[in-house]
Unconditional design. Structure first.
Length: 167
């Protein structure tokens, strides 16, 4: 219960206390929301954008290969369903975050647009295929996870090719 204070005027002060606390809470929320930034900084030149694209592809390749390994472990019966479900889901979240961060970067010019147009469909396909593996595992199709994950091999190859083209 809030303490009631009787000021000299004789009016109870609890409503003022509540309003004051709400004002402080509101200010804290505005401050926190206003200070949130993207985890990825701007790309002012093609070289900056290319570095961000490389990092995106490398991190995505790691997530894709992790899911491929988890699908193989699942098909071999070497892990429990709940562990596999959580692990694949975490990789899916990681991949979604990577993809979202890359999508938030403004390409500085036409060359960067072309690079973005090349990488984005690879990321989209990989995200879809990782989601397919998650769904299969959560449905209890542990033995079939490696066949569901088969398209991830092409996604991994596409990411490697993209990285090789960057040099």
């Amino acid at each position: 219960m809030l303490p009631f204070v009787r000021p000299a005027s004789g009016v109870w002060a609890a409503p003022m206390l509540i309003r004051g606390r709400l004002a402080v809470l509101g200010a804290a929320v505005v401050l926190l929301v206003g200070c949130t930034t993207h985890r990825v900084g701007p790309a002012r030149t093609y070289d900056d954008f290319e570095r961000k694209a490389r990092t995106t592809a490398e991190d995505s390749l790691s997530a894709v290969e992790t899911v491929r390994l988890l699908a193989e472990v699942s098909a071999n019966g070497d892990a429990f369903g709940p562990y596999l479900s959580v692990s694949v889901s975490e990789q899916e979240d990681t991949l979604a975050g990577i993809e979202g961060d890359f999508a938030s970067i403004q390409p500085p010019g036409p060359r960067s647009d072309a690079l973005r147009d090349e990488l984005t469909p690879i990321l989209d396909a990989a995200s879809t295929h990782v989601a397919d593996v998650r769904v299969a595992i959560r449905r209890g199709n542990l033995r079939a996870a490696d066949s569901v994950a088969a398209p991830l091999s092409a996604d991994a190859d596409a990411l490697r090719t993209f990285l090789e083209q960057l040099g």
